[in-house]
Design a protein around this ligand. Structure first.
Ligand SMILES: Nc1ncnc2c1ncn2[C@@H]1O[C@H](COP(=O)(O)OP(=O)(O)O)[C@@H](O)[C@H]1O
Ligand SMILES: [Mg+2]
Length: 202
């Protein structure tokens, strides 16, 4: 397995932006959200099991998951959420493992939004990188990106671990309080560090 860095952080803290910059610099990227969407896309590997468990009415004509319908169900029914996760989580993990093992890059950024909430993936990771910004920026950036209202963003934030807890779980921290060039400079330094660590690990 290549050297693996788990990247996590609250909603809107800049995981996707940071991942794009790492990829530009030449890091491998495995994003568990992207894998989850592939598994539930047209012909996705989880769709047969989802159809069997929830019925064909959750499957769109192109064979992909009816996301709004499923979101409504799991929002109102915790048991359904659990059944969906029992189908998806093992498949996301298996696919992530495969993608990591197949990565040609010297190290891989593994994006796991709920890394510190669930503890999943820790065994695959050599380091944990937390991206953090102050709460006002987090709310503003998420609202601008998603069109969600402030109380909706804050509700999602309350379901995630508090920042202090997340930062305690970090080996490295990206402070995303300033502009993109500032973020890029921090990532360039980490890229050099991770590239060296990957060379020393083999
Ligand atoms: N340093 C920054 N300055 C300005 N906007 C930023 C910065 N970092 C991220 N953003 C923007 O904030 C939004 C949330 O960032 P994103 O990377 O999508 O967060 P996440 O993936 O953690 O939810 C995006 O629209 C992104 O382009
Ligand atoms: Mg993102």
């Amino acid at each position: 397995m290549p050297f693996c860095v788990g990247l996590t952080g609250g909603i809107g803290c800049g995981k996707s932006k940071a991942t794009d910059i790492f990829a530009e610099l030449g890091a491998g990227v495995v994003d568990t959200d992207v894998i989850s969407r592939e598994l539930t896309g047209p012909g996705g590997g989880a769709m047969r099991a989802i159809s069997a468990e929830f019925g064909q009415s959750y499957v769109l004509s192109d064979g992909s998951l009816d996301r709004p319908r499923m979101r409504a169900l799991v929002f109102s029914d915790p048991g359904a959420k659990q059944r969906l996760e029992q189908i998806l989580h093992p498949q996301i993990r298996a696919a992530s493992r495969e993608h990591i093992a197949a990565a040609p890059e010297t190290y891989v950024i593994v994006v796991v939004p709920l890394l510190l909430e669930t503890g999943a993936y820790r065994d695959l990771l050599d380091r944990v990188l937390v991206i953090d910004c102050d709460e006002a920026q987090q709310v503003a950036r998420t609202m601008a990106r998603s069109g969600l209202k402030e109380d909706e963003v804050r509700r999602i934030m309350r379901a995630q671990v508090p920042r202090a807890t997340r930062l305690k779980g970090a080996d490295d921290v990206l402070r995303n309080d300033a502009d993109i060039p500032d973020l890029r400079a921090q990532i360039e330094a980490l890229h050099a560090k991770y590239s060296a660590a990957a060379r020393n690990a083999v």
